[in-house]
Design a protein around this ligand. Structure first.
Ligand code: PEP
Ligand code: MN
Length: 447
């Protein structure tokens, strides 16, 4: 166990972005109830994910992490969960073929309910109110009353995470992930896409490979490798009361694990070296992520890595870089070099979403497909140049046909944003844009 760490040691440090609840006693009662709840994941699963991420760090596997910016309680039905899983599975097949490596699949799902915000309040319709901080904190409804933080929402977040994960486990091991079926969805997509020809070669190759396997007598329905997948869960570990109430000592190893998700990450706004988040995260044994934004300097990153991964364990730490297409060339190479010079084992993962957000003339927060693709392209090129491993990608996406990000084969324009703008926080790639992105990455990986 890490020196001087205990489950509540974070309480001695300043915690950014925590809700201010009207009644602290009520919060304590909720946290006491959460401490009694069963784990959502097992420590052994977290260790398995860590081992897979160690392979990613070594360049022997590829990481795909994706899902909503903010999950919503009202969006918890089977169809929506199934569509999110489906798009991740479709992308994973394309990426597996492109990289010829196992793809480690991690959802921003079953717990992604808390959001850090740049401003604690916002003005809507002339009324000043608390910003929406995710369904586990307050309601998206724009009234001062609904925006009051309510600790009971933490319990609902736990229960909805449990039911989401339960369904995901059923789908991923009950036949829904069969490779032939996922491939059939991809062929359908290519047939319908306006830029289908660009993707057809790869889709046809994958299809022929599967037919070849079948012709050799291998029936996907009889092989778990071909009809089941492991999907891991992740979310930003923002609300430290909630996260520590779901942190348990593993009876097998005596180590502490966050049992609310397989992987949790520290956001770009809460990675202060002397802050409560870093203190909490250093003591848990899950694989963890660290968002690395434009204000991260080399010396700070080195200190953060030493605190968060003192044993330099491979698979423990995923650096999720989010600089923006315009800044990545200037900001990523020096950080890669400092990590390399120190001999740190990390997974480098590209989040091409959060550095490319802007406000459209219509007032919607959006991102352009071409900026996202440009940041990814540069991420792969820079790592190739530096001789390091571009380990994975991190997307905000959904399986539905939303109109939140611009561009893509359907060439979504600003005037289309209002048609189906459903996110409660940041704009997500829709199903077609997500799969297109996977095809583009697969082409890059094959070069
Ligand atoms: C997010 O991933 O939704 C997020 C808030 O990212 P970041 O911490 O990188 O800004
Ligand atoms: Mn976001």
């Amino acid at each position: 166990m890490q020196k001087d760490w205990h489950l509540d040691s974070w309480r001695d440090f300043a915690a950014a972005q925590q809700p201010e609840y009207p009644d602290p006693k009520e919060v304590e009662a909720v946290l006491a109830e959460l401490r009694q709840q069963p784990p959502l994941v097992f420590a052994g699963e977290c260790r398995k994910l860590k081992a897979k991420l160690a392979r990613v760090a070594a360049g022997e596997a590829f990481l795909l992490q994706g899902g909503d910016c903010a999950e919503q309680f009202s969006q918890n039905h089977a169809k929506i969960i199934r569509e999110k899983l489906r798009i991740l599975l479709q992308m994973a097949v394309v990426l597996t073929y492109g990289s010829l490596k196992p793809v480690v699949k991690v959802g921003r799902i079953a717990g992604q309910y808390a959001k850090p915000r740049s401003s604690p309040t916002e003005r809507i319709g002339g009324v000043e109110m608390a910003s929406y901080k995710g369904d586990s904190v307050n309601s998206f409804e724009p009234t001062p009353q609904e925006r009051m933080p309510d600790p009971n929402r933490l319990l609902r977040a736990y229960h909805q995470s449990a039911s989401t994960l339960n369904l995901l486990r059923a789908f991923t091991h009950g036949g829904y992930a069969d490779l032939n079926m996922v491939n059939a969805w991809n062929l359908q997509f290519v047939k319908n896409s306006p830029l289908g020809l660009d993707y057809e070669d790869l889709a046809t190759e994958i299809h022929r490979t599967l037919k070849f396997i079948e012709a050799c007598g291998i029936d996907s329905r009889r092989f778990p490798q071909l009809n089941q997948v492991d999907l891991y869960t992740s979310h930003e570990g923002l609300l430290l009361g909630y996260e520590s109430a779901l942190t348990r000592c593993d009876s097998l190893t005596g180590d502490w694990y966050n049992v609310g998700a397989h992987m949790v990450w520290i956001g770009d706004r809460t990675r202060q070296l002397d802050g409560a988040h870093v203190e909490y995260f250093r003591g848990i044994n899950n694989p963890i992520g660290l968002k690395v934004g434009p204000t991260t300097d080399g010396p700070t990153l080195v200190e953060l890595i030493k605190v968060l991964n003192p044993e330099n364990e491979a698979g423990r730490l995923v650096l999720i870089t989010r600089f923006g297409a315009a800044k990545i060339e200037e900001l990523l190479p020096p950080l890669i070099r400092v990590v390399k010079d120190n001999g740190f084992q990390v997974v480098w993962c590209c989040d091409p979403m959060h550095g490319n957000t802007y406000k459209a003339d219509t007032g919607h927060k959006t991102r352009h497909f071409s900026d996202i693709l440009q940041e990814l392209t540069l991420f792969f090129a820079i790592h190739r140049q530096e001789g390091t491993v571009p380990g994975g990608v991190h997307f905000e996406l959904t399986g539905a046909n939303v109109t939140e990000c611009l561009g893509g084969a359907a060439d979504l324009k600003e005037e289309h944003l209002a048609e189906s703008y459903e996110t409660a926080c940041d704009p997500r790639l829709n199903a077609a844009q997500s799969l297109e992105m996977a095809f583009k990455i697969a082409h890059m990986l094959r070069q």
